[in-house]
Design a protein around this ligand. Structure first.
Ligand code: SF4
Length: 301
């Protein structure tokens, strides 16, 4: 049985940047609080926790009074920055530059009097940050059915949370376009961060679609590694499973089951943009250790 880690999987550059900023701050040996989990991956949280990173919620910001708080890649609404100022907290802003751009664009349209529609999940941290740019007035929809909540008699701009599914976004755009004459689709163009999309769905997610499909088809069994709260993980897992029915979701090696590998000649390991490479490597080693007979020649790439 050949076990392979998908070489295109692992952290997106926005997450790599956030982790680097956190590690740099942690090396200063001062307490550092992350506002919400720095990444939707419990194993990586534990690794950074061992270096001194604690997680708190917005409601617990008093704990960091006079100290340092890290804003993760998802970003935060303006109210968080004001609260930090009140409490004398220094903000280490690791918001992904793509998300920062989307926030800026939303704020601009809002100030111009547009109705802001965001395709996303209203409880998701990134969306909370986006809606915060509009004083809470943006309409958040997560499906085609919810487009009836949009007012049709207003100039309107449609944005997307960066990790949403492209096909649904464009179905929503078409449905709204049929009803709103001057619908604008929010996009960002930025040479500096190499982002030239016609929407605000991050290429780090949508670009993986094709490659991950190929990877799923080229293996008998796929083990998908991600945190259960990763939005991007859910999207990518659904894509992988649509290509290969023998796909299994795990957070860590304890969830591996021997029955999954019966008769398999090839096993592929892949994951979300929040899944660390070291964790997928650990899964590979564990599968080989448990399920590949010692006499078999084992390869990985
Ligand atoms: S998926 Fe894209 S927008 Fe989200 S953190 Fe990564 S690079 Fe940034």
């Amino acid at each position: 049985m050949k076990v392979t880690v998908d070489r295109f999987s692992g952290f997106c550059w926005g997450v790599v940047r956030t982790i680097e900023i956190a590690e740099q701050e942690l090396s200063r040996q001062e307490p550092l609080y992350s506002l919400g989990e720095i990444i939707h991956n419990p194993m990586e949280i534990q690794r950074l926790g061992d270096k001194g990173l604690s997680t708190i919620t917005v409601n617990e910001m008093e704990k960091a009074k006079g100290g340092h708080i890290l804003i993760r890649a998802h970003g935060e609404p303006p109210s968080t920055y004001s609260r930090a100022e009140e409490l004398g907290i220094t903000i280490i802003d690791a918001t992904c530059p793509v998300v920062t751009k989307v926030q800026e664009r939303i704020r601009k349209f809002f100030l111009e009097g547009f109705q802001i529609v965001v395709f996303g999940k209203k409880e998701h941290a990134e969306v909370i940050g986006l809606v915060g740019q509009t004083q809470g007035q943006a309409v958040v929809i997560k499906s085609l059915e919810e487009t009836d909540r949009v007012q049709l008699n207003r100039k309107t701009v449609l944005f997307s949370q960066t990790t949403m599914d492209k096909a649904t976004f464009y179905a929503i755009r078409d449905a709204l376009k049929a009803k709103i004459k001057d619908l604008v689709v929010g996009s960002i163009e930025d040479e500096a961060i190499d982002f030239h999309a016609k929407d605000t769905i991050c290429g780090q997610v949508s670009g993986r679609d094709k490659k991950i499909r190929e990877f799923a088809r080229s293996n008998d069994v796929v083990v998908f590694v991600a945190g259960r709260h990763s939005s991007n993980g859910k999207v990518l897992f659904d894509i992988v499973r649509s290509e290969n029915a023998r796909t299994h979701f795990i957070e860590d090696i304890a969830e591996l089951e021997p029955a999954w590998f019966a008769g398999a000649g090839t096993v592929g390991i892949t994951g979300a943009t929040s899944t660390p490479q070291w964790l997928m490597e650990r899964v590979r080693q564990e599968i080989e250790r448990r399920y590949v007979p010692a006499t078999e020649s084992v390869q990985s790439s």
